[in-house]
Design a protein around this ligand. Sequence first.
Ligand SMILES: *Cc1c(COP(=O)(O)O)cnc(C)c1O
Length: 477
Amino acid sequence: MKLIFERSVSGKKCTIFPDCDVPVVMPARCRSEPLNLPELGENDISRHYTALAKEVHGVNDGVYPLGSCTMKYNPKIDDEAASLRGFTDIHPLQDDGHVQGCLEVLYRTEDFLCKICGMDAVSLQPAAGAHGEFTGLLLFKAYHLSRGDTHRTKIIIPDSAHGTNPASSTMAGFEVVNIPSGDDGCIDCTALKAVVGPDTAGLMLTNPNTLGLFDRNITAICKIVHDAGGLCYYDGANLNAIMGIARPGDMGFDAVHVNLHKTFATPHGGGGPGSGPVGCKAFLADFLPGKRVIVKDGSYKTVRSAHSVGDVRSFSGNFLVIVRALTYMLTLGRDGIPCTAQNAVLNANYLRCCLDATYKQAFNRLCMHEFVITCLPEKEKFGISALDIAKALLDYGIHPPTIYFPLIVKEALMFEPTETESKAALDTLAAVLIEIHRKALQNPEWIHHAPYRTTIFRLDEVTAARHPKIVYEPVLH
Ligand SMILES: *Cc1c(COP(=O)(O)O)cnc(C)c1O
């Protein structure tokens, strides 16, 4: 496919403006060369973007069981609410008195997220999950320092953690201490006890973890960390398994972020915009970033807390993502939210059981919103890898699951079907996976070269890694 710059034809236009009937004044710092922009007709532009859209696979095309990413269908009503002019045609510097409706959106979203997470306060500023983790850790740091506790420099992270956890801990200036999972895929409490101490700033944990397993020792784990003077951070990027049912605050966590772009109805995958609000218990609220909305004398006002860690993003974060999340929560309601979580867990377990006779599960037990299978037996006997299975799925118009993650499972395929897939869609997915398995065992050569029907076939990953072409050289006319 051509780039839009390659489609450009000098002199082509979409719009012809009438001649200017006032004197043209060139501002002093006007650029001397025209900007290099593609020149196309409206028709060409429309076709270009339609062609681009056809080259990708989105949730609107079909099943997208990408584990840990929660690629669920996002109801159109959420986009509709986010398109209302009262929300789009405002300016962040407007007076609080002019934007009471928007402040109400922030206030109510914060309130709902507090209730869902079991927290006392929320900042809506962080722009993504990793950004939320970073912000949460800044709160931990500010808390320890405010008590003159300057030696707490380490964050404990289990080996099943999402890759962003160690990254954001390092960004926030902490040293990462890794602890291994036990044979059951959960935290090894003995290993945890061995590493906590006066240098522990906190623990960062996902529960259910990236294996889709709920840690049965969660309250004991939080107690071990608290007894050592550390704080507990919950990576709630994906709340799909527990929302409305279990709350990080009740499990013993002090702070949590949630990804509105995973669980709460903003389409994602492609770089944003996202939103990763951070919630915390009351004793940390004074450190939260940004301005927060309060009710005073019957109207909404924005205030900044005295010991705020400062802004982590401009204004109130990605406002329209927050509008979508509030719409989503309001349309589901108190009953719909737990029902969504139950269906996410049901769908994952249904698919897990459909595949059980064909693929080996990494941990053969009831899962939460996602589960992991391992292609290690296929790899050892037939040379068939997780990558092969993932590539073969593309020919069936199905987005592959997450592969080679979590790192503690060899040849991992991680499935998260989400609650928005019907039984029929899950049956088709299972049938395709079983068919691929059968064909691959009969003819491993076939699967090594899949996919066959996509625009780009199997990439030579070694060459791509050794000789990456980072700069594209367009063919310009
Ligand atoms: C997606 C995810 C993140 C990171 O979220 P981003 O918005 O991509 O930064 C962190 N932790 C877990 C468990 C996740 O699933």
